[in-house]
Design a protein around this ligand. Structure first.
Ligand code: SAM
Length: 232
């Protein structure tokens, strides 16, 4: 007898259909999120290091992932103008869970003008290594939009748990998302995590996005369940 096998490519397509299917009815929130994160562009004027921010498709991917998995301890590397932080915080507020986002940026000290219920603990002008050394709680959801340092993986080995989800932006070619994956793959704790490629552009177009997403996910196989019917 042979096993039934599902490839990363096919699984990724099903994954994003399920994740976006769960927030399909939230067109009003989607519009609102786009307006809100666009207001953050003005922070660029005060940035010491003015760089790229996530696309709206990436922002909605993060929002939808949080809505689906409902993590409570979230850590982000790479705050910059806070579009990604805001997207995750908005999803947590919608869930009405009491949650905290820890976020750091090594080269910027911009303040995200967030007024919601979710606590955002900003580590300004702080490296990922320094922030991670100050965290003691276990991390449910790690979002990497900066390049992690070599020392970070050993700190993360103690902060992540077997069901932690890791999300990497800029996952293409030789960009930082791919470099981060190589660094994380050395961790014993993540050896059973399954890689999800970013959502394909033609599917995003179908959903009405004009931007693309470079958001990849490492999901523990223990969080994957076969079910008799769609649960969305
Ligand atoms: C692409 S931007 C982040 C965009 C942000 N997520 C957003 O939505 O606006 C990357 C930021 O990560 C920061 N960064 C890169 N590597 C880092 C590290 N190891 N620790 C802390 N910050 C880092 C950079 O200074 C830069 O501001």
């Amino acid at each position: 007898m042979k096993n039934y096998k599902l490839s990363t490519r096919l699984f990724s397509e099903i994954f994003w259909k399920t994740i976006f299917g769960n927030t399909d009815s939230e067109s009003h929130t989607r519009k609102e999120l786009l307006e809100e994160i666009n207001t953050l562009n003005k922070l660029r004027l005060k940035a010491e290091y003015n760089t790229g921010s996530i696309s709206f498709a990436g922002s909605w991917s993060l929002y939808s992932l949080i809505k689906y998995f409902e993590p409570s301890k979230i850590v982000e590397v790479g705050t910059f103008i806070g579009k990604s932080t805001w997207s995750m915080a908005k999803a947590l507020d919608e869930l009405q869970n009491i949650s905290t986002i820890y976020t750091c940026d090594s080269s910027n000290d911009l303040t995200i003008p967030w007024k919601g219920r979710t606590e955002i603990k900003q580590f300004k002008k702080t490296t990922s290594t320094s922030m991670l050394n100050q965290i003691s709680d276990k991390i449910d959801f790690l979002f990497l939009d900066g390049r992690i340092n070599q020392e970070d993986t050993s700190i993360l080995s103690n902060l992540l748990h077997s069901n932690s989800i890791i999300v990497m932006d800029d996952f293409e070619g030789m960009e930082k998302g791919v470099a981060n994956l190589f660094a994380l793959r050395r961790m014993e704790l993540l050896k059973n995590h399954f890689l999800i490629y970013p959502c394909k552009q033609n599917y995003l177009y179908k959903l009405g996005f004009s931007s693309h997403s470079l958001t990849a996910v490492l999901i523990p196989t223990t969080l994957i369940e076969l079910s008799r019917q769609d649960t969305v």
